[in-house]
Design a protein around this ligand. Structure first.
Ligand code: ADP
Length: 445
């Protein structure tokens, strides 16, 4: 039955508009799907069905969206319900803006790259409108651009590293003698060359992530101790900074909601991606928090998700800037940020990495009110964690046999160590670690 004709009967005055709307929806090349609140398809236009080679003799109306429109991540992994933006939007009532992934075409190896958006239909009944845009051509053009940027950054990184090295030698009293004025000039040149080096490195990372050259390698880990180790190590590099850093669930900056002491929280992540994500958020928290301020990091289980927060008492972000800070090259421009070095690529890279491992990132902040960056990642139950560790255990056991080298059967604990993570034992009592550091607004870039 046509959704539009039915409406047409009840809204006689708008009859022509409904017919025109139906013609438009049936003619456009973008896929449009209307879902009810439980994810059942109420309407789907021909373009959406063409994308997945859906048998034109059958009707998709009344079917569950998940069985018809199956999505893969950019990295080629079928998305679980916990990662699928359509399923998450149905559960949370939130919208989705231009999620990039691929539609799985029937039972074939064919994939259609799409940008998926979800909005709430007017009327408040919980219906969702999903749009699917084929982005194959866009990706091709971006690919050519990416290749150029990647080659250029790679070629330029080498001479910049050499300039940086020679400037370091010139500034080192053991290798060169220069007067105070020359020292001032060379120090400025050294800072600029380091910034340039960081920019090329970030650009290279952006191109590698954008074209899928870096793919996550997911491993099961205990999240509380993993994130804690990363944060402790990061701030441990700056013994002279003057901000206080705290890890753990009982903290004066916490509102206490949903926080559990002694929690063991298992996740499934790429360790290098998580490290980069944490380093970037912690670096920003340090850069944008003036001396005397504090940074608080915590991890907790939140239903079927792991929730990490990096909270600071720094300069905060205005409502206008918040909507842009995850875009490439965006930097808030105000008197506080102007003096602080940066490329504007860090949070874009963080978002790319978070999404590549099935997560979401968002920020709560106000100008002058500090900031909290939240990262939500898929959580594993204790059984799922042990199962995945056992799989790694088996794989490791199998690998040496291929090389004709007998090896003892690894235990679950050994497998956990092999993936460089702690064994599945209760986490130590989260402690509050407070260290005083001298703040460095010049940043580390
Ligand atoms: P940058 O290299 O400029 O730090 P990012 O992409 O990491 O680039 O961040 C983008 C912008 O978001 C920053 O320029 C800054 O304006 C703002 N920002 C990021 N983190 C924070 C924070 N913890 N507090 C205040 N502003 C922040």
């Amino acid at each position: 039955m046509s959704l539009f004709k039915r409406n047409n009967n009840s809204v006689a005055a708008n009859g022509n508009n409904f017919e025109l709307a139906e013609i438009a929806l049936k003619s456009i090349n973008d896929g449009v799907v209307i879902l009810d609140r439980s994810g059942i398809i109420r309407f789907v236009n021909p373009a959406a069905l063409r994308m997945i080679d859906f048998n034109p003799m059958l009707s998709a109306v009344g079917l569950d969206l998940r069985s018809v429109f199956r999505l893969e991540s950019k990295e080629g992994r079928e998305l679980s319900d916990q990662e699928n933006p359509l399923v998450l939007a149905l559960a949370s009532g939130e919208t989705v803006d231009s999620f990039r992934g691929s539609l799985i075409v029937g039972n074939t190896n064919k994939r259609v790259p799409v940008s998926v958006s979800v909005i709430n239909a007017e009327g408040g009944a919980g219906d969702k409108i999903v749009t699917l845009r084929n982005i194959a051509k866009e990706l091709e053009e971006e690919g050519a651009q990416t290749e150029f940027i990647s080659t250029a950054s790679h070629e330029m990184r080498t001479p910049v590293a050499s300039i940086e090295g020679y400037l370091s030698l010139a500034l080192n009293p053991q290798t060169a003698t220069i007067d105070a004025r020359a020292q001032g000039y060379l120090t400025a040149a050294h800072t600029a060359s380091k910034h340039l080096g960081k920019l090329f490195q970030d650009l290279l990372d952006v191109t590698k992530l954008d074209d899928g050259r870096i793919r996550p390698e997911m491993v099961p880990v205990e999240m509380v101790s993993t994130v804690r180790q990363m944060a402790d190590t990061f701030y441990g590099q700056f013994p002279d900074l003057k901000i206080s850093y705290t890890f753990g669930s009982s903290n004066s900056m916490s509102d206490g909601s949903g926080v559990k002491l002694d929690q063991v929280v298992y996740g499934y992540v790429d360790i290098h991606f998580l490290q980069e994500i944490m380093d970037n958020l912690l670096d920003n928290a340090m850069k944008y928090t003036p001396a005397g301020g504090s940074v608080w990091v915590n991890v907790r289980g939140d239903g079927d998700r792991v929730l990490i927060n990096v909270t600071d008492t720094g300069i905060g972000i205005s409502a206008d800037d918040i909507q842009h800070i995850f875009q490439k090259f965006y930097r808030a421009d105000n008197s506080d940020t102007r003096e602080i070095g940066g490329t504007g690529l860090g949070l874009y890279l963080v978002k790319q990495r978070v999404e590549a491992i099935g997560g979401r990132i968002w920020v709560e902040s106000g100008f002058g009110e500090g900031s909290t960056f939240f990262v939500s990642l898929p959580r594993l139950s204790s059984e799922e964690y042990q199962k995945r560790v056992a799989i790694i255990n088996n794989q490791k056991q199998f690998a040496p046999q291929m090389n004709q080298q007998p090896a003892p059967a690894p235990t679950i604990q050994a497998a956990a160590q092999m993936v460089q993570q702690p064994a599945p034992q209760p986490a130590p009592q989260p402690q509050i670690v407070t260290q005083q550091y001298q703040q460095n607004n010049g940043g580390t870039i």
